[in-house]
Design a protein around this ligand. Structure first.
Ligand SMILES: [Fe+2]
Ligand SMILES: [Fe+2]
Length: 345
């Protein structure tokens, strides 16, 4: 491939960025206040910052290659919105396919921070970086809000509410870095609702305070994450946290399907399964898509010695106005298999 000609200005900018990346390094923890060169380069190259830096250190990107790639990527200054992102991202994936208006999506359910599974979240982020979804749905219970539960609680954890909120915000920042251009839709689950419910019952006078709200505590607006209190419909797909729990994998999916009578995805049950139904209007189906929580830790707190019938994983797929295809990605030994390749965190 012939080497493209670079303007002097671009060469200098690429060199500056390249050198900054090598000298500054990158720490995903507390990245909000960390060096920005790697994040900036990764954003321009449309990749994950960690992946970018690892490749840089392995000599995969030379200065000239980095400059060339930076020159070939357009830098969008537009804010991310549900309206502009599909066009921006997806047109290059299916330039002439039969369904050019498809959106790709990933559903990452039930992290339950601070009882999240770090390895599984890492795996999900790596999947996101590779799959490059147009939309990411977070269908609730991302934050556990353990301190505000009604049942008896571990006193050692009682004073860590702010710490847990900060941890959840950091995890969301890492996700955002894996998908700089994706629309992220965070749908409220029953665990996020605990904060509002607590204020309504114990201190209703404080419930109107701006900062006593999940959105502000996790700085969702700054990260371009949309927070929805209700289920949402995205084209022909319905996404909700879920308010049914049935005893076996697939049973909750059946219940949600019969209740909603539309193709959809939910979390809440922590199980994986699906159910299909043929109606006069065609086939509809529902998926319950597992959990990204640390199942052992979470069940220790909530199930009192029972063995949890919960499944680690998430969902992904494609959707347009007429059709929706969903796949369940089960996590085994910290990895999912996608396109025949094992993806680890
Ligand atoms: Fe949950
Ligand atoms: Fe839930």
């Amino acid at each position: 491939m012939p080497t493209p000609k670079l303007s002097q200005e671009l060469k200098e900018e690429a060199r500056r960025l390249y050198n900054q990346c090598l000298t500054e390094g990158y720490s995903p923890v507390g990245a909000g206040s960390g060096p920005s060169a790697v994040r900036e380069a990764a954003r321009r190259l449309d990749t994950n910052p960690t992946t970018f830096l690892n490749r840089l250190k392995r000599g995969k990107y030379t200065e000239q290659q980095t400059a060339i790639q930076l020159s070939q990527k357009s830098i969008s200054k537009e804010p991310v919105t549900p309206q502009n992102t599909r066009v921006q991202r997806y047109s290059s994936v299916y330039p002439s396919g039969p369904y050019p208006d498809y959106d790709s999506f990933v559903v990452l359910p039930d992290w339950h921070v601070p009882f999240h599974n770090t390895e599984h979240l890492c795996c999900a982020r790596e999947f996101v970086a590779i799959f490059k979804p147009t939309v990411i749905f977070l269908p609730g219970d991302i934050f556990d809000c353990y301190q505000l539960a009604r049942f008896p609680k571990n006193p050692e954890l009682l004073h860590k509410l702010q710490q847990d909120l900060d941890l959840a915000r950091e995890q969301l920042e890492l996700l955002r870095m894996s998908a700089p251009s994706a629309v992220i839709q965070y749908i409220q689950g029953n665990h996020e609702f605990r904060l509002r419910k607590y204020l309504w019952t114990k201190a209703p006078e404080l419930s109107g305070l701006r900062d006593l709200d999940i959105r502000h505590q996790m700085r969702l607006e700054e990260q371009g994450i949309f927070y929805q209190e209700k289920p949402i419909r995205h084209k022909s797909l319905y996404v909700k946290h879920g308010n049914l729990i049935r005893t076996k994998g697939g049973y909750t999916a059946r219940g949600e399907l019969e209740r909603n009578l539309i193709t959809g995805v939910s979390g809440h049950s922590h199980r994986m399964g699906c159910s299909y139904m043929t109606t006069p209007n065609g086939v509809i189906k529902w998926y319950e898509c597992g959990t990204l929580a640390d199942i052992e830790r979470l069940s220790d707190e909530y199930l009192e010695g029972q063995t949890p019938d919960w499944h680690p994983g998430f969902a992904y797929g494609y959707v347009n106005e007429q059709r929706c295809t969903v796949y369940l990605a089960e996590i085994v030994d910290g990895s999912v298999i996608y396109n025949g390749v094992s993806i680890h965190g």
